[in-house]
Structures are given as structure tokens and as C-alpha cells.
Write a protein that binds this ligand. Structure first.
Ligand code: UDP
Length: 453
């Protein structure tokens, strides 16, 4: 069978942190000659269509059960309706394409939607879940889902095979604070409800980064590490892909950010972003703002539109000589810019992988979900970050602490060591993605398996 006759359906959960890596993976498959259709819900479709270029992928919008702009009453309501409507739409789409010249051969679905595999298998298709979080985090959820680790966790630490001892605050917040988000806890644990029926598990990481835990997960089920899913132009430069901003708000501020960075010295800017979902409290936002000002260096800060009203009054005007505040930025271009000295991040998995792959040290300020575990690895295992400490029970990180951590990362001895380590991870990330590297080989093998199935 010709590669171009092999039609793969890729179905991410509809948030940027899930769509972006699965979109990049889709492009990689398309670059290998496969036909790829990415399924997404309507409101997210336009930016993706605009983003695709040299390796075209077909976009199929489906409904998530909500009108554009309509908000669900709760996460639980959203998830329930999404599953019901999207699984029906998925089945209809597969059936429609079965009557076309290019029937679907295989489905790569987001691991948080195990029902997609059930739907696919009812229609005679095989599938593989795509894990958008680290292998360590997935292994933790695996243990809990299989009853190998009981929650709530007793004591102050938790021990998992092939991982350092984790404190309670290093665990994903859905586990350490299991009553706060019961429906999200069910969602992440549900990822292991039917995974044994899948062809293999695709994980957005690379072997050298999580060597031991990848090996351990591999002893449970066929695991394929395929990361980092960063466009080739930022990494091994093997593919001729265009600049690509994945799923982004239309106003990316590309020129504003890059022109501003161009005018700064090498390593003189702190880039600050908390991703697409995390929301800081007003008090924390204020402490962060004054912490940045106190550090006396330059900063480029992404403050999403909805968060902007939490900034101290006149902050932007008062710091205009030192800082640029934007509602969204081309993060990969920013991290790749030589003016950026460190990244103050919430430690979302994509941001973490992007910083590691571009050799940027981090100041980590995790907020919730898997960010706590990522922060632990960034600071204590990979040696590329310093983690801020909250000074009170409310969990507020004070401006003095923020200032000190930024100075440590930008100026101190530890900062230099972090930079050396970050450069090493950058090389290893590139090696994994380059022809013959571990992730590259796994992707090749995956494609061969699909073609032969
Ligand atoms: N991102 C971006 N511009 C921004 C902020 C974020 O392009 O101003 C991208 C970032 O590069 C990453 C994604 O949005 O790919 C955020 O994913 P992550 O897993 O880090 O965090 P989440 O948004 O899921 O919390």
C-alpha cells in the first residue's frame, strides 16, 4: 500500500496544550507521505487552518455539543456533553470517509478521550492514544488508576518505580488535592481504562529525558516516545516547515515581541508566561508584577486578555522602559531568541519541553495539574530551573522571592550551571528528533506498523 493511501485520523482534546503537540505530530506524519486528517471542534478550526503550510493536513471540524462562544455550566457538564456529541460525530466522520476514496486506516486520539478508541474499534479501526503529558506524570496516573497507589496518599511522600521520591506537593494537584477537581481526576485516570486494547502508547517526551520511567512504562505496554513535538525549524532543521504557531489567538504580536527583543542584549530578558489556562489570583499577580520590577532587568510578560485587569494600576506605563506586556506571543520564537536569559513559567508540559529543547533555564512557579511534577523534575532532576517558594498558607509567592529567584537564574552561579545543563538538554532533544534519533526511529516504526496493519 502507498503511504499516501494510508489515511490517519488525529483527534486531540480541544485545548491549545493538547492541540498544538498533536498538530505538530500530524505534520510529521504528513511529511512522511501519509494523509492526515485532524479532527477538531469548530471554534478552534480557523487558526489551525491558517497555521498549516508545507505539510498540508486536512482539517475536519466537528461539534463539541456547544455553540461557538457558549459556555458550559461546569467542567463536568462540558466533558459529559463533549464525549456524547463528539463520539457520535467521530463515528459519522469515519463512516463518511469509509465511502470515500481515502477511508481511515488508523486513529491517533488524545489519551484523555479513551472513548475514541471504543468508537474506532466498533468501526473496525485500530488506534493509539497520544499522551500530551510527561511519561513520569502518566506513570503516576497509571499507578493510581490501577490501584497500585491508593489515594488520598498517606504521609508526606510518595514512591513510584524509576522516579525520585516525590513530596506531596510534587504530585499532580488532581491527586494531592483530590477533592478539588473530581471530574478532571476521573478524566486523567480514565486514560488507562482501555489502553491495553490500543496498538501502542505515543508519549510526547524523549528517551534521554525520562530514561528510567520510559523504560518502566515500556515494561507495562508498548510505549513510543515521539517528542519533543517542536517544529523542525527550531530543532534539527531537517524539514522545510514554515513558521508555525499552532492554535493561537489571532493577535500573536510577532513583530512587536521580536523587534523589542532584537533591541536587548544577549541573555538580558526574563520571558514570563503561564500558558493558556492558568489564572493567577489578584494578590499573586501583584506580587509577580512588583517582583519583576524589583529584579531591575528586562521582562516580556504574556498576560492574557482576561487577566489584564488584575495588573496593578499604571503598571504597564510605569515599567515601559523595562518591560513589554502582551496578551499572547510566538513562544517558540521568543524562547529561541538570544536576548532571552530565562523563562518564568507555570511548567505546562509543552512550555517545559519547549524551554528544554531550546536551552532556556527556568524559574518555575507551578499552579495546578501536572505542573507540580514537571517543576520538581525541572529543578531537581534535570537541573535547569529554580522553583519559587510560597511564603504563607495561602500559597502566595512574595515579590522578594520572585526577585531573588530571577536574579539567581540570570546572574548567579546556579544560573550558569542551569544554562550549561539546558544547553545539554537542547542537544539531546535535537538528537532524539534528528534522523536515526530515538524519537525519529519510533515514529518511523510507528508508521511502518500502521502501514502493515
Ligand atoms: N503559547 C504561545 N504563546 C503564548 C503562551 C503560550 O504560543 O503567549 C503556547 C506555548 O508555546 C505552548 C502552549 O501555548 O505550546 C501552552 O501549553 P502548555 O502545556 O505549556 O500550557 P497550558 O496552556 O496547557 O497550561
Amino acid at each position: 500500500m502507498e503511504r499516501s493511501d494510508s489515511h490517519i485520523l488525529v483527534f486531540p482534546f480541544p485545548t491549545p496544550g493538547h492541540i498544538n503537540p498533536m498538530l505538530q505530530f500530524s505534520k510529521r506524519l504528513a511529511s512522511m507521505g501519509l494523509r492526515v486528517t485532524l479532527v477538531t471542534t469548530q471554534p478552534n478550526t480557523k487558526p489551525i487552518e491558517e497555521a498549516q503550510s508545507n505539510y498540508p493536513i486536512h482539517i475536519e471540524p466537528i461539534s463539541d455539543g456547544f455553540q461557538p462562544g457558549e459556555k458550559a455550566q461546569s467542567v463536568e457538564v462540558y466533558l459529559e456533553k463533549f464525549q456524547k456529541v463528539a463520539s457520535q460525530s467521530l463515528a459519522q466522520l469515519v463512516e463518511k470517509l469509509a465511502r470515500s476514496k481515502r477511508p481511515i486506516k488508523f486513529i491517533v486520539y488524545d489519551s484523555v478521550m479513551p472513548w475514541a478508541l471504543d468508537t474506532a474499534q466498533e468501526l473496525g479501526l485500530d488506534g493509539a492514544p497520544f499522551y500530551t503529558q510527561s511519561c513520569a506524570v502518566s506513570a503516576i496516573y497509571y499507578h493510581v488508576s490501577q490501584g497500585m497507589m491508593k489515594i488520598p496518599i498517606e504521609g508526606k511522600t510518595a514512591s513510584f518505580p524509576s522516579m525520585p521520591l516525590l513530596g506531596i506537593n510534587d504530585l499532580p494537584s488532581f491527586i494531592s488535592d483530590m477533592d478539588s477537581y473530581p471530574s478532571l481526576l476521573r478524566l486523567v485516570l480514565g486514560r488507562f481504562s482501555n489502553f491495553r486494547k490500543a496498538k501502542c502508547l505515543l508519549i510526547n517526551t524523549f528517551d534521554m529525558l525520562e530514561a528510567e520511567v520510559v523504560k518502566w512504562m515500556g515494561s507495562q505496554w508498548p510505549v513510543k516516545t515521539i517528542g519533543p513535538t517542536i517544529p523542525s525549524m527550531y530543532l534539527d532543521k531537517r524539514l522545510e516547515d514554515d513558521k508555525d504557531y499552532g492554535l493561537s489567538p489571532l493577535n500573536l504580536n510577532v513583530d512587536a515581541c521580536i523587534t523589542w527583543l532584537d533591541a536587548r542584549d544577549i541573555g538580558s530578558v526574563v520571558y514570563v508566561s503561564f500558558g493558556s489556562l492558568a489564572s493567577l489570583g489578584e494578590e499573586q499577580m501583584e506580587e509577580l508584577a512588583w517582583g519583576l520590577k524589583r529584579s531591575k532587568g528586562y521582562f516580556l510578560w504574556v498576560v492574557r486578555e482576561l487577566e489584564e485587569q488584575k495588573l496593578p494600576s499604571n503598571f504597564i506605563e510605569n515599567t515601559a522602559d523595562k518591560g513589554l506586556v502582551v496578551s499572547w506571543c510566538p513562544q517558540l520564537d521568543v524562547l529561541a531568541h538570544k536576548a532571552v536569559g530565562c523563562f518564568m513559567t507555570h511548567c505546562g508540559w509543552n512550555s517545559t519541553l519547549e524551554a528544554l529543547s531550546l536551552g532556556v533555564p527556568m524559574v518555575v512557579m507551578p499552579q495546578w495539574t501536572d505542573q507540580m511534577t514537571n517543576a520538581k523534575f525541572v529543578a531537581d532532576v534535570w537541573g535547569v530551573g529554580v522553583r519559587v517558594k510560597a511564603s504563607d498558607e495561602k500559597g502566595i509567592v512574595k515579590r522578594e522571592e520572585i526577585e531573588e529567584c530571577i536574579r539567581e537564574a540570570m546572574e548567579g552561579e546556579r544560573g550558569k550551571e542551569m544554562k550549561r545543563n539546558a544547553e545539554r538538554w537542547k542537544e539531546l532533544a535535537k538528537e532524539a528528533a534528528t534522523e536515526g534519533g530515538s524519537s525519529d526511529k519510533n515514529i518511523e516504526e510507528f508508521v511502518k506498523e500502521i502501514l502493515c496493519s
